[in-house]
Structure formats: structure tokens, C-alpha cells
Write a protein that binds this ligand. Structure first.
Ligand code: LLP
Length: 391
């Protein structure tokens, strides 16, 4: 995302040094151009039924941008729903999911007349039917199924196995069919699944597509006219060179192989794939020290700014801004938080650093700011969206 002009770092047409003048580090910077490219590429390959997973980055400027690119929104709380509506998303292009929606959440979603509410338990279907009946409404719903497929991703972001808390297990399909037939205030129009995040293996997509097609056919044969199949998000982003390659065109190929002869309207809910590579964190070196032979750079971004490394052991590449050094050192990059896990990267080779230098933490556009916190009573990081020569 960074480009260099006369050795100075730029994001699109804006100098990083200009941003540091107007904004205290640590802060997030996003490239509008990169987001637009990624959305357009995804739409071109998978079609227009893309529902951006708001949880990955719910910054209001980014939501407005997504909305202007004519895609829908996938939300998981009343807060996200409100943000999406405020950003101008047509309610008919908003899907509400979530494993634990409160009565208030369901009433709010009904009130906003959104495209559909994806239910995740038999109890939720019953509750929603009662609420819709009280309000004299017929509500379109989907059911999120748990297809019992291992996404073969990090265990902490896998969601599609039978024992995971998400969705309704497929052994209960007959119960869903029986129940839905008695729910006169609900209209079951779709099924969905999301088996995890960072899924790279094409075989996994293939199994999931085949499983979902079989399930949709079963609903159809039992007299429930399923229109949509929502295949979730989870597309893989490469965070380090040794990560597997992922090609979304191969997903499209499996999609065609499985669904070409069907009439189902297919949709996806990507989050990370649309925004991860469009964001970076700019952080300053607060101090430098050697403890037990380890060269530490202590920076002002911490696990409160980006929790992914501490929480999942996730890797984010770190770059130094000063490129012109004769000497290189293996540094461990740590944050200022009073926790031993507040470490971004160990033993990375960088040009020799000085206190006050800037570092860049790459690929932080997804699940970055949205998961930041005030831990240690530190302020939340600012966010800057760059668009050509404006920000
Ligand atoms: N749909 C549903 C129902 C989801 O639960 C998720 C993500 C998505 C779509 C979007 O998945 P994506 O395309 O972004 O992989 N905080 C973790 C990721 C958690 C993902 C939760 N669900 C991380 O930082 O890796």
C-alpha cells in the first residue's frame, strides 16, 4: 500500500509525513483506491450479491464507500445495523446475523424492514415468530446452518464444525422444516453458512457448496421455497510469504461446478478480503532496549491498538520507514501495554532504528480498529481514509 517518491513514503497521493503532522501515532490509514479495487474485483468474479461484513471494519467513511459501490451489508448487532443505515445502505440490502440476538435486536431489525434476519437456533425462530405476530408483520428469514465442515483454518476463527456454537446443526433440518411450517408470521427465503475465516483450501469451499446445495434441495422438496443461498465470508488474505496462495477465481469455478444448473440466488459475506490489505498502522518508537540479549523496540501501538497478534498469534508484517541504513538488527517489536503478550513480532530484521522513528504494521484494515480497546486507559487510535490527494 505504501509507495515511495524520492524515498518518502506515500499512501496514494498523501505523504505519510504529512499525516504524522496532523495525527498523533498510533493511527490507522486506509487506501480508498485499494478498497474500491478489491470490491470491484470481487463483484466481477462472484457477482453483485456481496454483503460486506461490517464487523471487519465499521468505520463510517468506509461504510459510506461500500454503500456507494452498490454492495449490501452483513451486520451482527443493532449497533452495526444502525451504522449501516446511517451510512446509507438500503435496508433491503442488509442482512442481520448473529448467534445471540436479543429481543431488542430482533425488534429493531423488524422495524427497519431489512432484507432478512438470519436465525441461528430453533428458539430464535419461535421468538421471532411471536414478535412478528405481535407486530402484525410477515418477516423474511434465513437459517444459518452449521454444515459440520472443518474450515481448516486457525482454530480460534473456525466456525463450521458441529461442536462450534454457530448455526443450527444439520441433523435438525427436519425440525426446522416442521417448525417453520407452523410459523405463520415468518417466510423462510434463504439458508446460509459461514464456516470460518482465512479459508484457503479450495476443497473446503467445494465441500461446503455441495453440502449447502443438498440442504437447499431438501428444503425445496419439503415445500419450502428457498430463494437464496448465502455462502458466508472467509476468503483468505496473505499476511506472510509462507501463507498459502488463494485465488478467488478458483472459488468461482467450484461455485459454477456446483450451482450452474440451479436457480438459487447465491450471495457472499466477505469482510477481511475487501479491507485487510487496504489498511496499515503507523506507530512511533518510544524506546529501545536490550533485555536478556533481545533487542526490543517499544512502540506506541499495543495490543489495545491491534489485538490480533496477542489474541490469535496472528502475523502482521512490520516495515521500517528509514530505508537508508548500513546496519541491520534483529528486533522484537513490543507495545507499551503491561502484558507479556503485548508483542507484535519477534526477531525481525530491520535497519538500525532510533527513538522517534516510524514503523508500519501492514494488512491491518480488517479486525484492527474494530477490536481495539481502551485497555490501560489508553485512547482509541484515529483512522484516516486516503483518497488520491485528499484524506
Ligand atoms: N459472515 C459471518 C457470519 C461471520 O461470522 C464472519 C466473520 C464473516 C461473514 C466475515 O468473515 P471474513 O470474510 O472477514 O473472514 N477477528 C478475527 C476474525 C473473526 C471473524 C468472525 N466472523 C480475526 O481477526 O481474524
Amino acid at each position: 500500500m505504501l509507495n515511495y517518491k524520492n524515498n518518502d513514503p506515500y499512501i496514494e497521493g498523501i505523504s505519510l509525513y504529512e499525516l504524522v503532522q496532523v495525527c498523533e501515532t498510533p493511527f490507522y490509514v486506509y487506501s480508498q483506491e485499494k478498497i474500491i479495487d478489491q470490491v470491484n474485483k470481487t463483484k466481477k468474479i462472484l457477482g453483485d450479491n456481496i454483503f460486506y461484513s461490517v464487523k471487519s471494519n465499521s468505520n463510517q467513511a468506509i461504510l459510506r464507500l461500500m454503500q456507494s459501490l452498490d454492495i449490501g451489508a452483513d451486520v451482527v448487532s443493532s449497533g452495526e445495523l444502525k451504522r449501516a443505515v446511517d451510512a446509507g445502505f438500503d435496508p433491503n440490502k442488509i442482512i442481520f446475523e448473529g448467534v445471540g440476538k436479543s429481543e431488542q435486536d430482533l425488534l429493531y431489525a423488524m422495524h427497519k424492514n431489512i432484507r432478512l434476519i438470519n436465525t441461528e437456533s430453533l428458539a430464535e425462530i419461535k421468538l421471532l415468530n411471536n414478535l412478528a405476530k405481535e407486530k402484525n408483520k410477515i418477516v423474511d428469514i434465513g437459517v444459518r446452518l452449521n454444515p459440520d465442515i472443518d474450515g481448516e483454518t486457525l482454530s480460534k476463527i473456525s466456525t463450521g464444525k458441529k461442536t462450534d456454537k454457530f448455526g443450527i446443526e444439520i441433523d435438525n433440518i427436519d425440525k426446522i422444516i416442521e417448525l417453520v411450517k407452523t410459523c405463520k408470521s415468518l417466510n423462510l427465503v434463504g439458508i446460509s453458512c459461514h464456516i470460518g475465516s482465512q479459508i484457503s483450501k479450495i476443497e473446503v469451499y467445494k465441500n461446503m457448496f455441495n453440502q449447502m446445495k443438498k440442504i437447499a434441495d431438501k428444503f425445496f422438496e419439503s415445500g419450502i421455497m428457498i430463494k437464496h443461498i448465502d455462502l458466508g465470508g472467509g476468503f483468505h488474505v496473505k499476511y506472510k510469504d509462507s501463507d498459502p496462495d488463494f485465488n478467488i477465481e478458483m472459488v468461482k469455478q467450484e461455485l459454477d461446478n456446483c450451482f450452474a444448473k440451479t436457480k438459487y440466488e447465491l450471495s457472499f459475506e466477505p469482510g477481511r478480503y475487501l479491507v485487510a490489505e487496504a489498511g496499515i498502522i503507523i506507530t512511533s518508537i518510544i524506546t529501545i532496549k536490550n533485555n536478556g540479549g533481545i533487542d526490543y523496540l517499544i512502540v506506541d501501538a499495543g495490543m489495545n491498538t491491534l489485538i490480533r497478534p496477542a489474541m490469535y498469534g496472528a502475523h502482521h508484517e512490520i516495515l521500517a520507514i528509514n530505508l537508508k541504513s548500513e546496519e541491520f538488527i534483529d528486533y522484537t517489536i513490543a507495545g507499551p501495554i503491561c502484558e507479556s503478550t503485548d508483542i507484535f513480532s519477534k526477531n525481525i530484521r530491520l535497519a538500525k532504528q532510533k527513538i522517534g522513528n516510524l514503523l508500519v504494521i501492514k494488512n491491518t484494515g480488517a479486525y484492527g480498529k474494530v477490536m481495539s480497546s481502551n485497555y490501560n486507559s489508553r485512547p482509541l487510535p484515529s483512522e484516516i481514509l486516503v483518497n488520491n490527494d485528499n484524506y
